[in-house]
Design a protein around this ligand. Structure first.
Ligand code: MEV
Length: 438
């Protein structure tokens, strides 16, 4: 069945209608839709089995980004995020990329790195050579504890060594186990493997092993996305397409050369990536730390994306970052909504998920720098902010839009004003329900 994630007016529909559309998209049952709507799903009992000292659950909004076309396939993107504008902005940006043919992506094999820290070694270089000389045995040993990951074709891929000749605790040999964890994020598998290898590494090096743990700098497991936006798609009343392309490229280069800007630029990228990472039950702290370490890999913190004008005058962007995401194990299976997020995405492949996430990051980045390099972001943000204030002031239903409209028109977007308007409008003096929602 060919279907399109381009759903014009999706945002204008009711929440119930939207979940119905997504339900049809992903063949969800009524019970599954109830999970998405927050009527069932993660409860205190699940929480009790997930963490210690649980006292309840903490909900966040789940939205759907539309318009994504990745490698010719349409996706609806589940996003869990508390920040207004993120979902709307990424959907708009995905529509622009769609006009240029959508995203083209690639990713590495799902190889994680496990580290073994070896101390008290007389000669770190000689010890490193010995470890390398026993690579095959060490890899075979690591595979013995690989369980279902090895049965699914994963397991040890390499042993590498790094030496730190001097440190405040003496010379250090660091042994890396490279381990393919297939569709799992793989933290448990890699930690089990390095713990298992430690005694053998000690006897080979005559040293003392201290830490045995994965690295979140998963630079063997990167995902990439690239896309084009025709210049005319960026034209507005105030800027030609060509001017918009130039301003966006200038914004991108700003982040390449200045760490202060790169940090905010990458934060915008992670707005999108974290939202899909959380929705699918993955570890967003792992993804965050890996992304920022990768952004600083050459000694200066820089942008995770690149923007340039191509020879036809169109805008092109690309992104590359480590994305160790899983579709099996961990919260992906325990959290009822996480499984449904994967069902909406229509994938059980960790690599496909990482490539979608990279595309979402690139789209989110475009949305931010396009707004910043053209009209600025405050106009749209203030409208969403006004909605939150209206709700906080007690408005519901049609009244929210009416309060927002008045505050935006007055240029007075404050809680006090929202409260006054709610009072005035509900007392009948100004409220006109026929005006409809915003
Ligand atoms: C806000 O959450 C994210 C932005 O600051 C990102 C950026 O500046 O590129 C808009």
């Amino acid at each position: 069945m060919s279907r399109s994630s381009r759903i014009p007016g999706f945002y204008k529909r009711s929440l119930k209608d939207r979940s119905h559309v997504v339900g049809e998209w992903a063949n969800l049952t009524a019970d599954e839709i109830n999970v998405l709507n927050g009527l069932s799903g993660l409860n205190a009992e699940h929480a009790e089995h997930m963490i210690e000292n649980a006292i309840g659950v903490y909900a966040l909004p789940l939205g759907i980004a539309t318009n994504f076309l990745v490698n010719g396939k349409d996706y609806l993107i589940p996003m869990v995020v508390e920040e207004p504008s993120v979902v709307a902005a990424v959907s708009n940006a995905a529509r622009l990329f769609r006009a240029g043919g959508g995203f083209i992506t690639s990713s590495d094999e799902p190889v994680m790195i496990g580290q073994i820290q070896v101390l008290d070694v007389k000669d770190v270089n000689a010890a490193a050579d010995t470890v390398l000389a026993h690579k095959t045995e060490l890899m075979a040993e690591a595979d013995k504890v690989g369980g279902s990951i090895v049965r699914h074709g994963g397991g040890a891929r390499d042993i590498q060594v790094r030496t730190i000749p001097e440190s405040s605790v003496g010379p250090m040999l660091i042994v890396h186990l490279l381990y393919d964890t297939r569709d799992a994020m793989g933290a448990n598998a890699i930690n089990t493997a390095v713990e298992h290898l430690a005694p053998q590494v000690e006897s080979l090096t005559s040293g003392r092993v201290n830490l045995r743990i994965l690295s979140n700098l998963t630079d063997q497991r990167k995902a990439r996305a690239e896309g084009m936006i025709p210049a005319q798609e960026l034209a507005s009343d105030s800027l030609s397409g060509e001017e918009a392309v130039r301003s966006i490229v200038e914004a991108g280069v700003f982040a390449e050369v200045d760490p202060y800007r790169a940090t905010t630029h990458n934060k915008g990228i992670m707005n999108g990536i974290d939202a899909i990472v959380i929705a699918t039950g993955n570890d967003w702290r792992a993804i965050e730390s890996g992304a920022h370490a990768y952004a600083a890999r050459n000694g200066q913190y820089t942008s995770l994306s690149k923007w340039w004008q191509d020879s036809d005058g169109n805008l092109r962007g690309s992104i590359e970052l480590p994305l160790a995401l899983g579709t099996v194990g961990g919260a992906t299976k325990v959290h009822p909504a996480a499984g449904l997020a994967l069902k909406i995405l229509g994938t059980q492949s960790a690599r496909e998920l990482s490539e979608i996430a990279a595309s979402v990051g690139l789209a989110q980045n475009l949305a931010a720098i396009k707004a910043l390099a053209t009209e600025g972001i405050q106009r749209g943000h203030m409208r969403m902010h006004a909605r939150q204030l209206a709700v906080a002031a007690g408005a519901s239903g049609d009244l929210v839009g009416r309060v927002v409209q008045m505050m935006v028109k007055e240029g007075n977007i404050r809680l006090e004003r929202a409260k006054t308007l709610v009072l005035e409008l509900t007392s009948g003096s100004v409220y006109n329900p026929a005006a409809g929602a915003d």
